[in-house]
Ligand binder design. Structure first.
Ligand code: FUC
Length: 804
């Protein structure tokens, strides 16, 4: 079925939902793109702060750019996800492993924990971590700004009339327009995934109105040569840190006027009607352990820029728009918002005053999370890092790396549920790629089989740990493996399970089979040392460790059964029988963060790790374990609603899973008010993209949940979202779901079954009965039980479910 959704004015559809015949959804125009446009009436300041809060991001998964929009001096800062300092190009790089053996180190730490209970995490990392680099990023490296494309327009003023800078996230196109010297000037920018380049078109509505000089500037931490020939500007060199080769090529194609290659490696266009720019980047990085070195980028980059230039702007643009829309258009969300003619920064600062505008901003923010994933994570590229793929710095915050103790996981939370499953491929490939270096680390640090990674990694297989207290988090790999299995739960793609997820899960479990210890206190299997990320003492059996491992072995058992590996299923079942599940209610009614009841009620740390079982895990739910869910609420309330951007985003997800839509919405409001920049990037502070992705995930969890085996429709609808529609969400079991609701109650659900099989839908409105039909109106047999309906689906079947 071709999924269609917007069949006319919202009010009409909402009112008519019960009576509209299924085939009346036919032939509708897509909603205008305007609701999905961020726009501003001024350029972004040409500073790091201006970049962070106001530049507008475009990206094709591999490379990206941010648009500043200066009238006289335009700046496009650009990036390539593979450009990193550090790694094997640094002489003493060793993947974070030890420089010399440390016999007995782990046993001594464990002995202290058994005797003393909790010990300082500093001691653990001093014993088990490798020495931090000085400066810290020297060996580990950091993600780099590639450079800036600067366009200087000598004939234009500093400021111009009718100025508008915008980012149309539905089309994936940024633009700048203004009036100067009696002419309307327009600039359009997009990053094309099919063509692998950033393309721009600079135009004026007065003949010969375009004159500028283009140059590419790069940061100081590298060698550089710049050469212009035939309208092609080539800037190349190597990073001082690790000799990584980099190259950028800019092709300048003028329509009318003249073009000159300047001896200083710049290009001047004079009196053109319009100009097309094609920008490509490359490095000699390859995702291959242990050298991570590939071929010089020149030949492939040249071919890519040549091909894009030969294609011409109109065809490039059409191909890009089709490619972008094929992903973006899969999900529609309408919360009844209506955008006022207000620039996005004012919309944001006025948030909380006008419901229709607030809903419009929420819809925009929701889709922005999807946009940012489309722009920063495409198959065949590295995963989205802490800043997606946008970075202006030589020394970005936290290296703009891959933090594996929640941040990278959070980046991919919206992927499956918002119908962008293939965009998680970079995550899967990256995790797979950590196994080889991770085996060495597992053997060296813990004498264990399998593989391990710690709290953060780079693009060069850094699986060891620093001697920093935050760094002890060997559960990274297990958490990541679970996310891979969730791809299977959403898609039911057996080939993927067999080839990718299952082998990784199995090897992850091998590590834990060796690492787990018998707790002398109660004979249960526990992780030791074990700690909540970035908080508290190093102990035995901290709740998060146990909860992650419970889910790992639960999913492994299920996966083993699915692939017919009975022996592995039995091993997993055996471990589960002995494993401490990490679920305890403590002395102040809290869900314990530690195996001992030592939680401090005054602790407000941003990580709420012991609620892993609420989200993203599934051991705790008000539906299945009400007492534990109450305890989770006590803990979550104690942590307060404060926190960094990503912490607020996680709390949206928690409250959604705890079925408190209003509280989740309050967290969303807090995030928009206090943790969102003018360009709608999430801020920790500073800018960190996980909060964008986490918020989109949390908003989805308010509308649809499928982690418990049933598909819960509108499980936690906030009062502020009383009327609305959503289309194209994905539920585990390979289903696609559309929902329409009014006055806080479901009016219609539509389900497309990808792979067939029985399905159970749950929502309160079913208590009054339900009707299930095919999309042709034929009745479908179903079983009703309180707030659920259950029926059989066939692959590709479309169903319409209406509460009675
Ligand atoms: C985790 C968090 C920090 C920050 C960093 C990138 O360590 O605790 O708040 O988000 O990742």
């Amino acid at each position: 079925m071709k999924r269609r959704f917007w069949a006319g004015p919202v009010v009409l559809l909402l009112g008519a939902a019960l009576t509209v015949a299924p085939d009346a959804r036919a032939e509708v125009e897509p909603m205008a793109a305007e609701p999905y446009t961020l726009w501003y009436d001024e350029p972004a300041p040409d500073t790091d702060e201006g970049w962070e809060a106001r530049s507008l991001p475009i990206g094709n998964g591999a490379m990206g750019a941010t648009v500043f929009g200066g009238v006289r001096a335009e700046r496009l800062q650009f990036n390539d996800k593979t450009l990193w300092t550090g790694g094997p190009g640094v002489a003493d790089y060793n993947f974070g492993n030890w420089d010399a053996p440390r016999p007995g180190a782990l046993a001594a730490i464990r002995q202290r924990i058994w005797t003393e209970g909790g010990i300082s995490p500093n001691d653990v990392l001093a014993a088990l971590g490798h020495q931090s680099d000085t400066p810290r990023q020297r060996r580990f490296g950091a993600y780099q700004s590639f450079g800036d494309l600067r366009l200087d327009f000598p004939g234009l003023p500093e400021e111009a009339g009718d100025y508008r800078r915008q980012l149309d996230i539905a089309r994936g196109v940024a633009g700048v327009s203004f009036t100067a010297g009696g002419a309307r000037h327009t600039r359009e920018y997009f990053a094309s995934a099919p063509a692998g380049v950033v393309a721009a078109r600079i135009a004026a509505d007065r003949p010969r109105g375009v004159t500028f000089t283009a140059r590419v500037a790069v940061p100081a931490n590298r060698s550089v040569t710049a050469r212009a020939k035939g309208g092609r500007l080539t800037v190349k060199g190597t990073l001082n840190s690790n000799a990584m080769a980099y190259e950028a090529q800019l092709q300048v194609l003028n329509q009318g006027g003249t073009r000159a290659d300047n001896p200083d490696g710049t290009i001047t266009v004079t009196g053109a009607d319009s100009v097309v720019l094609i920008l490509g980047t490359g490095t000699d990085y390859a995702p291959d352990y242990p050298t991570y070195k590939g071929e010089d980028p020149h030949a492939k980059l040249t071919a890519r820029v040549d091909a894009a230039a030969a294609k011409g702007y109109a065809r490039l643009s059409a191909a890009h728009r089709a490619d972008h829309a094929a992903l973006f258009d899969r999900v529609k969300l309408d919360l009844g918002g209506s955008l006022p003619a207000t620039p996005t920064d004012e919309l944001l600062s006025g948030y909380g005053t006008t419901p229709a505008s607030d809903r419009a901003l929420e819809q925009l923010f929701y889709q922005y999370g999807r946009y940012l994933l489309i722009a920063s994570s495409r198959p065949g590229t590295l995963p989205a890092n802490l800043q997606g793929l946008w970075n202006v710095h030589e020394a970005p915050p936290w290296q703009a790396d891959y933090h594996l103790n929640i941040n990278m996981q959070m980046n991919y939370w919206p992927a499956e549920m918002t119908n962008l499953a293939e965009l998680a491929e970079p995550l899967h490939t990256y995790v797979d790629g950590l196994r080889e270096p991770g085996r060495v680390t597992a053997r060296q640090m813990y004498g264990a089989d399998g593989w391990v990674a710690h709290h953060a990694s780079n693009i060069f297989g850094h699986t060891g740990a620093w001697d920093h207290p935050a760094y002890f988090f060997p559960e990274s790999g297990a958490w990541l493996a679970l996310q891979l299995y969730d791809h299977y739960r959403y898609t039911l793609d057996k080939q993927y399970l067999k080839r990718t997820a299952y082998p990784i899960m199995k090897e992850t479990a091998e590590f834990w089979l060796d690492f787990l210890q018998r707790d002398p206190r109660d004979g249960k299997l526990v992780a030791v040392p074990s700690r909540s990320p970035e908080i508290g003492p190093a102990t035995a059996g901290a709740s998060m460790s146990q909860q992650i491992l419970w889910l790992l072995f639960t999913d492994l058992r299920e996966a083993a059964q699915a692939v017919g590996d009975g022996r592995q299923a039995a091993t997993a079942a055996d471990v589960l029988a002995k494993l401490d599940p990490g679920l305890r209610v403590g002395r102040w009614g809290q869900l314990q963060e530690w195996k001992q009841d030592i939680d401090d009620p005054a602790e407000t740390h941003r990580h709420v790790s012991h609620l892993f079982s609420v989200h993203p895990g599934r051991q705790i739910s008000p539906r299945t374990t009400p007492e534990l869910a109450e305890a989770a609420k006590v803990s979550l309330n104690a942590r307060t609603d404060a926190g960094t951007g990503w912490s607020k985003a996680w709390k949206i997800n928690f409250w959604a899973r705890l079925l408190d839509g209003d509280r989740a919405h309050k967290l969303l409001s807090d995030q928009l008010k206090t943790s969102t920049l003018a360009n709608l990037w999430d801020t920790h502070p500073p800018f960190q993209i996980d909060g964008n992705f986490g918020a989109t995930s949390g908003m989805t969890e308010l509308l649809l949940q499928s982690h418990l085996g049933t598909i819960d429709l509108l499980p936690a609808l906030p009062g502020a979202w009383a009327d609305g529609r959503v289309a194209g969400l994905r539920a585990r079991g390979a289903h696609t779901i559309d929902l329409t609701w009014a006055s806080g109650r479901l009016s219609e659900a539509r389900l497309t079954s990808g792979k067939g099989g029985p399905v159970t839908l749950r929502t309160d409105a079913f208590r009054a009965g339900a009707r299930v039909t095919t999309d042709h109106g034929r009745p479908v047999a179903f079983r009703a039980d309180r707030d659920t309906v259950t029926f059989a689906t066939r692959p590709g079947g479309n169903y319409r479910i209406v509460p009675g």
